[in-house]
Design a protein around this ligand. Structure first.
Ligand SMILES: Nc1ncnc2c1ncn2[C@@H]1O[C@H](COP(=O)(O)OP(=O)(O)O)[C@@H](O)[C@H]1O
Ligand SMILES: [Mg+2]
Length: 237
């Protein structure tokens, strides 16, 4: 039997709201099913809960209630050591701020996730060099992040997200700090990565032009996702 890549059922997440009192519910009864090798854009204004959702789907945090499966394996009830293992083996992350290590070169940053995986480390260096070259960074392998432009740093971050051959790449507003042209290039690099790794790609964005290039566009509204489609706008999942 083949499982969906990702399945989230009745996810709820709230945070204490110290000034308003009580709790602020960010995600409520949220459902999502994502098939393997597909790309999804999650759209919503600032504060709508995109980052909160990606943290749950990327096993960085746990929901208050609800269930999340990654390839049929339940991840919402795992402790941090198990989630860390899943993140390292199955997931790749790209954040809005590139989150590269400042004292390491581009190549070393890409190789960082392989350090805990000796089986990968052997073949990782040529692979990292090839990915960086394909991302237009062949002349920048030994530059540190502060010697690279914002767009170049994000492309290094995409290579790092790919290095362990993830099943799913999770990117939180990866073009947030880029101008229109560089945003377009970076989304191309992410979509190429999805095809090369034959993996899923889920990206939070509030840029319509970015979202239009994905297989599916989901709006995060009032704590739930609704599918955008030309013939059934606002279809509830
Ligand atoms: N760790 C946290 N503690 C308290 N409130 C939080 C926390 N993380 C997010 N929130 C709140 O949850 C809401 C959604 O935030 P977020 O997921 O970052 O939205 P987005 O990424 O769409 O901008 C916001 O109101 C934010 O203040
Ligand atoms: Mg966010």
């Amino acid at each position: 039997m083949t499982h969906p890549l990702l399945r989230a059922e009745r996810i709820t997440r709230s945070f204490p709201a110290p000034y308003a009192g009580g709790n602020h519910t960010v995600l409520q009864d949220l459902n999502l099913t994502m098939e393997p090798q597909t790309s999804i854009a999650i759209m919503g204004p600032s504060g709508s809960g995109k980052t909160t959702l990606l943290h749950l789907l990327g096993a960085l945090a746990r929901p208050d209630s609800g269930t999340i499966w990654l390839q049929g394996t339940r991840i919402d009830d795992l402790g941090e050591p198990e989630r860390a293992k899943i993140r390292r083996k199955e997931l790749g992350f790209v954040f809005q701020e590139h989150a590269l290590m400042p004292h390491l070169t581009a190549l070393e940053n890409v190789l960082l996730p392989t350090l805990g995986a000796p089986d990968l480390a052997l073949s990782a260096e040529p692979r990292a060099e090839k990915m960086l070259q394909e991302a237009g960074l062949g002349e920048r392998l030994h530059h540190r992040p502060d010697q690279l432009s914002a767009g170049q740093r994000q492309r290094v971050a995409v290579c790092r997200a790919r290095i362990n051959r993830p099943k799913l790449i999770v990117a939180d507003e990866p073009t947030g700090a880029l101008d229109r042209e560089r945003a377009r290039t970076l989304i191309g690099v992410l979509l190429d990565a999805q095809v090369s790794e034959d993996c899923g790609l889920i990206v939070a964005t509030h840029d319509e032009r970015v979202a239009a290039r994905f297989d599916r566009v989901l709006d995060l509204v009032d704590g739930r996702l609704s599918e955008r489609s030309s013939d059934a706008p606002g279809l509830d999942l």
